[in-house]
Design a protein around this ligand. Structure first.
Ligand SMILES: *Cc1c(COP(=O)(O)O)cnc(C)c1O
Length: 375
């Protein structure tokens, strides 16, 4: 474990973000996506805060394992958990887990839907059905809606607990992107078919962060925000300024400077003896790929006390080199606290833009060697 390299998670910012979210969508219930350990921020403290301080009552996991962990560790709190992708319904012991812990599987194919409908243990169990409206990943194909409706009716079911679909391209314009327009239209048609058939839709949802921050998908009862709750916008750079989202990043990644030394242009540093591109001061920071500071971050800009530095050479397992101009001399010292990203989203967005990655992946790169500290 590191001591001076750590992820500081500020739960007050999560509260702020939630309040900002509610301004965009005052009428929607929030199904908060906390898969992958709450996007790397620690599922238990995040969910405990969300339930007790924010009043959020529904959470989305990707795997049954995540859901069991959440249910068992927060047994004292009341909330619903959905499992979105790694459902594994067919196994007897898995069905019992769903029933006993009231974990709701999202039914994304005909086999899972039939399994629930044909199994008397699940007679009163909520049906949550996901349609594929064009993403072509999971979900029952939209053109099978009539088949689904007659199947459900034939089993005496009168309602769907949660009907949903997922966008393939919500980081692009919701207004002009053809896929987004098509997916919205298909979901609308699916809903109408259910209603026409006399099947009640208790809950519906379509919007993840990209759609929400463009004000789309809010006609449904629920929204399913993930990334935006943790701070960053998920829109691609060219349309980011159209975002309604002004959240702050709930975490900051801190490390410190292990060593500072002058370098001449072309002088080799570290593994591979990579020549530095210009003269300046080379700072060694105490984060490497063993911490989740990816080898892809070479070339990225990081700031320190108002000076711009550039990640140079190779990122090592335990350290990385950041090259500054000589002007930084008075503001760059051994043992300085060095911040890779701050709560202002511009840091992590610049890092993801410059390294052709995404904020989701930057968060999730972090390894267990970086302790999470909650404030
Ligand atoms: C991950 C996920 C979300 C949240 O997506 P963000 O882009 O992080 O907001 C919503 N719905 C489904 C089905 C998901 O898998």
């Amino acid at each position: 474990m590191r001591f001076r390299s750590r992820l500081l998670v500020d739960l007050n910012i999560l509260t702020e973000n939630y309040q900002k979210l509610k301004k965009i969508c005052p009428n929607n219930e929030v199904l908060f996506m906390v898969k992958a350990d709450a996007y790397g921020h620690g599922i238990l403290p995040i969910c405990r805060h969300a339930v007790t301080e924010l009043g959020i009552k529904e959470f989305g996991c990707a795997t049954l394992g995540e859901a069991i962990h959440l249910r068992d560790e927060l047994f004292d709190l009341e909330f619903e958990i959905y499992v979105f992708s790694d459902v594994q319904l067919g196994l007897q012991e898995k069905s019992e887990i769903y029933l006993n812990r009231r974990i709701i599987p999202i039914l994304s194919n005909m086999d899972d839907l039939k399994f629930i409908l044909d199994n008397s243990d699940f007679k009163n169990f909520p049906l949550s059905v996901k349609f594929n409206t064009g993403m072509n990943r999971l979900g029952i194909d939209y053109d099978r809606v009539d088949e689904v409706i007659s199947l459900i009716k034939s089993k005496g079911r009168k309602s769907i607990y949660h009907l949903l679909t997922h966008f393939s391209s919500s980081s692009l314009s919701m207004k002009t992107n053809k896929r987004n327009i098509e997916q919205k239209a298909r979901f609308k048609a699916i809903k109408e078919a259910f209603i026409e058939a006399g099947i009640e839709l208790e809950r519906t949802s379509i919007a993840n962060s990209g759609a929400i921050e463009q004000g789309h998908g809010l006609e449904e009862t629920h929204i399913r925000p993930g990334l935006m709750m943790y701070g960053p916008s998920s829109l691609i750079k060219p349309i980011r300024e159209q975002s309604l989202w002004d959240g702050r990043v709930i975490s900051s990644l801190e490390t410190y400077v292990l060593k500072v030394f002058p370098v001449k242009k072309g002088q080799p540093v570290g593994y591979g003896a990579t020549p530095v591109p210009y003269e300046g001061l080379c700072a060694i920071i105490a984060l490497g790929y063993g911490d989740g500071f990816s080898t892809r971050y070479v070339g990225a800009t990081l700031t320190h006390n108002g000076h711009l530095g550039k990640v140079v050479g190779r990122v090592n397992m335990d350290m990385a080199q950041v090259l500054f101009k000589n002007e930084a001399a008075n503001n760059l010292k051994v043992d300085d606290r060095f911040i890779v990203w701050r709560n202002d989203p511009s840091d992590i967005l610049r890092l993801s833009d410059e390294t052709a990655t995404i904020p989701y992946e930057i968060f999730l790169h972090l390894t267990n060697r970086v302790p999470k500290v909650y404030v």
